[in-house]
Design a protein around this ligand. Sequence first.
Ligand code: COA
Length: 174
Amino acid sequence: MKKIIAVYPGTFDPVTKGHVDIIKRASNIFDRLNIAITETNINKNILFSIEERVRIIREVVDELQLSNVSVNSFSGLLIDYMHKIGATVIVRGLRAVSDFEYELQMAYMNRNLDPNIETVSMMPYIEYSFLSSSIVKEIFFNGGDVTEFVPDAVLKYLLKKREDNVAGKENFKD
Ligand code: COA
């Protein structure tokens, strides 16, 4: 029987517990789930490099012990990447009504680019419906506690970023 390969694309800067919730749910449905991290996103100010984002999500997935989940980066069109790996389904999280218009537009555009590709929208657990990567960064860099919103691996990398930033500023003073 044909195996269904799904991709879960995103910027994941950084991955949050809301994303992890979708990863777990989707890995239960599809034969294989590929987390596809976009290398560039012209609309966003990126904190973590693509190498860091791949490393962080791999750590998170290893910890979850989900054997059908893999992590890769991609550049260019998502559809082209999907053709390369033989994926036919796009998984997207739908948190609130405010996500709907953007998600609908992307789903229609991707279908226009390849009518054989299906987009499946999944609702995260209600606790995570207000979460976003930007909110996590904003809380963290303003001294707030984000432990309930991100996996442990992410917290470790956020702390490291903050240390590096402080060290960078100290060097600049000298
Ligand atoms: N839990 C928590 N947060 C979630 C979430 C969930 N379940 N689902 C989405 N989010 C948040 C993300 O954290 C992100 O927050 P941010 O804006 O503060 O960073 C936001 O919702 C949306 O980000 P994301 O899901 O990562 O999507 P994106 O808009 O960053 O990425 C791509 C969209 C990468 C899939 C899209 O741009 C793409 O396909 N790019 C490739 C080029 C291409 O093919 N373009 C044509 C597409 S039609």
